[in-house]
Design a protein around this ligand. Structure first.
Ligand SMILES: Nc1nc2c(ncn2[C@@H]2O[C@H](COP(=O)(O)OP(=O)(O)OP(=O)(O)O)[C@@H](O)[C@H]2O)c(=O)[nH]1
Length: 311
């Protein structure tokens, strides 16, 4: 990416994370206006991290780390912002992994799952554009056979990206569609097949069972597939994302996360809590509705944006 492009992207990320970072930076300024770091300040700092959705474990970890080197010393908000950016980057580095498409698989099958409205269809459209722009031959399968509008929505992404969409009538069997899509993608030599699925709440056991069936049928067509199963998480749901990761991972082998809607929420900190708790790869983040608003997840950029700092 050109320096100009990187600068634009960081500006979008910073803009997108503004709600999350301003909550954190305002809190930091309130606590640390030329103040000696005492127990009370540490407690307020820990509470601020928890209310910023970084999670109890991360809050305790960062508070203990800060006390180690700065206890009883004068600290100011700029120093605390740099401290948070450094510590959060350390937590995020291990999970910041790009989605790698294996050219040996024809096609590389990516199954996309998540709760209703999390951004699955949009994210599939964005992924299709990303990989089409890299020269891959990409197909999409409208596996959300439950919601007629979802099939139409994916077809719009098909036109937008120039990638074909395999679809059936509303109400068709999602597993059967996945099977046929793999079959066609194999026959026509596609590099990547992105399979959309219907939104399903993690507390609906029968819908989790349907997801297991889709995976079983995909296995029947290609026993190595799906090669990636991505859980799309809407960052605005904050804490609920934890149970989504937990339950979807019980139903199928979630190989990575994509976190959407970071532009519309003050809960961007949840990405840090998820990394600390589940260590699942975060492949990309969404900061808007257009095709350009999905970018690889970069630990340092995200951490500095969250802390309200320049890249
Ligand atoms: N602001 C913002 N909106 C997003 C983002 N990603 C998706 N959306 C919007 O979120 C809404 C839901 O997105 P969909 O892609 O339809 O979600 P879905 O998971 O396919 O929904 P279901 O098919 O109902 O399960 C749409 O209005 C999208 O434009 C994002 O990163 N930022």
């Amino acid at each position: 990416m050109s320096e100009e492009g990187k600068r634009n992207w960081f500006a979008r990320l910073k803009d997108g994370l503004k709600r999350s970072s301003s909550k954190l930076t305002t809190g930091i300024a309130d606590i640390f206006t030329k103040r000696r770091l005492d127990d009370e300040a540490l407690e307020e700092f820990e509470d601020l991290l928890i209310t910023s959705d970084l999670g109890v474990a991360t809050a305790a970890k960062l508070s203990a780390e800060l006390a180690k080197t700065r206890f009883d010393k004068e600290v100011d908000s700029a120093e605390i912002q740099e401290f948070i950016a450094d510590e959060v980057a350390k937590i995020l580095e291990p999970v910041a992994k790009p989605l790698v498409i294996d050219p040996g698989k024809k096609p590389h099958v990516v199954l996309v799952v998540g709760v209703n409205g999390s951004g699955k269809t949009t994210t599939i459209g964005k992924l299709a554009k990303t990989y089409r722009d890299q020269g891959l031959k990409v197909m999409m399968a409208a596996g959300d056979t439950f919601r007629a509008a979802a099939v139409e929505q994916l077809k719009v992404w098909g036109e937008r990206t120039g990638c074909p969409v395999i679809a059936r009538d509303a109400g068709a069997d999602a597993a059967g569609l996945a099977f046929d899509a793999i079959d066609q993608a194999q026959r026509e030599g596609y590099d990547l097949l992105l399979i959309d699925t219907a939104g399903r709440l993690q507390n609906k056991a029968h819908l989790m069972d349907e997801l297991k069936k889709i995976v079983r049928v995909i296995h029947k067509r290609d026993e190595t597939a799906p090669h990636d199963t991505l859980l799309v998480l809407d960052a605005t749901t904050g804490q609920n994302a934890h149970s989504q990761v937990e339950v979807f991972s019980q139903a199928t082998d979630i190989t990575g996360l994509i976190v959407t809607k970071l532009d519309g929420t003050a809960k961007g900190g949840v990405v840090v809590a998820l990394a600390e708790k589940f260590a699942k790869p975060v492949h990309a983040i969404g900061v808007g509705e257009s095709a350009e608003d999905l970018r690889p997840f970069e630990a340092k950029s995200f951490a500095r944006s969250l802390a309200g700092l320049e890249d």
